[in-house]
Design a protein around this ligand. Structure first.
Ligand SMILES: N[C@@H](CCC(=O)N[C@@H](CS)C(=O)NCC(=O)O)C(=O)O
Length: 230
């Protein structure tokens, strides 16, 4: 049975990252819209799939999985030889350890401070709330200091987990692409040339550009409408 991806109307957040992994690994899937605007994510039916009432959720023939990073790792482990390889082989113990290290860093040192900034310049705006300048300044300072460390790392290696593009790099595409359209070019600052090089490569991946342009795909290969957004 074909995999089902439960996601919102917009190509954004973790759902977009899962859809990108599905595309890079050439795994067909059925996109099932969860109508977030009408709180379908909090419906009894969806809560059976995701106890926190969130997206994305993957349904692999009745095996239900949530959490973006767990879903991506599952797809890589289930289809290691299909499409692009996105994690070190299981037998590469050191490669796996460096992958896990980079994955933890992404959550603690990139996602958290990045989200503080996105909250102010994207989410607040979407909700019609004013930007809290003190929170924004704080978020930018915190995120900038973490990116300074990324700069040192990316001066020595091409990607966050080594010299191969991996799932960990793709995890960084959760929400951060919404910063530039909101006027925050922190990921493309000339002061961090290696972060800029790495980031431009990620947002320029043809599969990402196509996904943002066409939206999630139905299994028949039809575009699911123009679901562009943050
Ligand atoms: N840690 C989760 C976060 C998922 C998440 O925050 N999803 C958002 C949309 S991208 C959501 O469902 N928000 C609705 C809510 O939290 O009620 C993951 O990585 O999958």
């Amino acid at each position: 049975m074909v995999l089902k991806l439960y996601a919102g109307a917009r190509v954004s957040g973790g759902s977009a990252v899962v859809a990108l992994v599905l595309a890079l690994k050439k795994i067909p899937y059925e996109y099932i819209l969860v109508d977030m605007a009408n709180k379908e994510n909090k419906s009894a039916e969806h809560l059976k799939r995701h106890p926190y009432g969130q997206i994305p959720v993957l349904d692999d023939d009745g095996f239900i999985l949530y959490e973006t990073r767990a879903i991506c790792k599952y797809l890589e482990n289930k289809f290691p030889g299909q499409g692009m390889r996105l994690a070190p082989a299981m037998t590469d113990v050191k490669g796996q350890a460096l992958f896990d290290q980079a994955a933890s860093v992404e959550v603690a040192d990139f996602y958290r401070p990045m989200l503080k900034v996105v909250q102010e310049v994207v989410f607040n705006k979407m909700m019609g709330r004013p930007t809290n300048q003190a929170n924004l300044d704080d978020g930018l300072k915190d995120f900038g200091s973490k990116l300074d460390v990324y700069e040192q790392l990316l001066a020595k290696q091409k990607y966050t987990a080594g010299n191969e593009l991996s799932l960990v790099d793709l995890y960084h595409l959760t929400y951060a692409p919404s910063l530039e359209p909101a006027g925050v070019n922190i990921l493309q600052s000339e002061s961090r040339p290696n972060v800029k090089r790495w980031w431009n490569e990620l947002i320029g991946l043809p599969a990402w550009v196509q996904l943002k342009g066409e939206g999630y795909k139905h299994v028949a290969g039809l575009a699911a409408g123009t679901t562009t957004g943050v």
